[in-house]
Design a protein around this ligand. Structure first.
Ligand SMILES: [Zn+2]
Length: 89
């Protein structure tokens, strides 16, 4: 049951498949195997941490032929993004 409260809690959710994807981005994302999806989401370069970090995904959209994932570093909250290039085949 819903409590009726509408608080916007700051949750740490690395992957929210329904919300942030544009239609085109979602189509593209769904072509990526699950194991590769999690590898992408868990290895985003953070300039603050200077390591590959998990992304808290906020938006995903197509930029030309690339899928652009934007969000925040799960470790420090700094903005990060990840470009997923089309498969070369
Ligand atoms: Zn960071």
């Amino acid at each position: 049951m819903m409590t009726g409260k509408n608080d916007k809690n700051e949750k740490v959710v690395p992957f929210q498949p329904q919300g942030p994807f544009s239609l085109e981005a979602k189509k593209r994302w769904n072509k990526i195997p699950k194991w590769a999806q999690s590898r992408i989401l868990e290895h985003v370069w953070c300039v603050e941490c200077r390591v590959g970090v998990s992304i808290i995904l906020e938006t995903a959209e197509m930029q030309d032929d690339d899928l652009l994932l934007r969000g925040k570093c799960k470790t420090c909250g700094h903005e990060v993004c990840r470009l997923v290039e089309p498969e070369a085949d």
